[in-house]
Design a protein around this ligand. Structure first.
Ligand SMILES: NC(=O)c1ccc[n+]([C@@H]2O[C@H](COP(=O)([O-])OP(=O)(O)OC[C@H]3O[C@@H](n4cnc5c(N)ncnc54)[C@H](OP(=O)(O)O)[C@@H]3O)[C@@H](O)[C@H]2O)c1
Length: 250
């Protein structure tokens, strides 16, 4: 029995990761923020694949709620799996911000810090006692932490912080044999940022033209590699940032 906990599993990349992991026999706990219907439909889809799945509500920007969330995870593990622990944590939940540096407000930066960095830091800290030794953590970074586009100074900086945190976690969790890596997608067609990569044809074509493989990413491009990175075959990969972006700006 292997159990993964995915934040932001109701839509986009997290939902796709849940499907890829379920296809490999992994059971899923995932969180949603506001889309309860989408969350319930994913539970139904995973059940049809004969996998157990539990959906829990969480705002990853609200650290004060994490202790209560951990209790919900504990209850779900006991009730659904008769277990006290899970194996994989995927810190995936997040929202976009496109604002020029000179116009970015303190409230916008605080949002980015809370959701993309502080939330990842303290949710991981809160859930680690419930993780099995020998498990793995994946943090979602972004291509925007390596290359730069106007309007992503706050968002890209937080993803850069996640890459650094990843290395520190890999170091400190080594004694528990927990591997920690970050996955950095390029632009992917999801609802992210109002669905701009998927729905804005000019932006989509511009990004595709800068990508050696000639297109933007699709959710399967990310869900597939996530299931590989969490498999035993990737057992010696640790403390790394893996960019999964078709080679954009290589
Ligand atoms: N798509 C891209 O081009 C791209 C590129 C690089 C990196 N990424 C990263 O990949 C991750 C997933 O992005 P995506 O494309 O899948 O986005 P998405 O399609 O917009 O889905 C976002 C997911 O995160 C949840 N979420 C949003 N805000 C939250 C909050 N404050 N607390 C808890 N959950 C929250 C949403 O829940 P609800 O459904 O309930 O709203 C949803 O499940 C993010 O970390 C993003 O930064 C995305």
């Amino acid at each position: 029995m292997t159990i993964a906990l995915i934040t932001g599993g109701s839509r986009g990349l997290g939902r796709n990761m849940a499907h890829h992991l379920a296809a490999k026999g992994v059971d899923i706990i995932f969180t949603y923020h506001s889309n309860r219907e989408q969350a319930e439909s994913l539970v139904a889809e995973l059940s049809q694949m004969n996998r157990k799945a539990v959906a829990l509500q969480l705002d990853t920007g609200k650290v004060s709620t994490f202790a209560a969330f951990a209790e919900q995870v504990r209850t779900a593990l006991k009730a659904t799996w008769n277990s006290e622990r899970f194996d994989f944590l995927i810190n995936n939940a997040g929202t976009g911000l496109y604002a020029p540096f000179m116009e970015t407000t303190e409230a916008q930066l605080d949002d980015m810090v809370n959701i993309h960095f502080k939330g990842v830091f303290f949710l991981t800290q809160t859930l680690l006692p419930m993780m099995n030794d020998g498990g793995a953590i994946l943090n979602l970074s972004s291509g925007l932490a390596r290359f730069s586009y106007p309007g992503s100074s706050a968002y890209g900086s937080m993803k850069g912080a996640v890459d650094v945190l990843t290395r520190y976690l890999a170091l400190e969790l080594g004694p528990r044999r927990i591997r920690v890596n970050s996955v950095a997608p390029g632009a992917v067609e999801t609802d992210f940022g109002g669905g701009r990569v998927r729905d804005n044809a000019d932006l989509n074509a511009m990004l595709a033209s800068r990508t050696p493989l000639g297109r933007v990413g699709l959710p399967d491009d990310i869900g597939g590699i996530v299931s590989v990175l969490l498999s035993d075959e990737a057992g010696w990969l640790n403390g790394q940032r893996i960019e999964v972006a078709g080679g954009i700006h290589v």
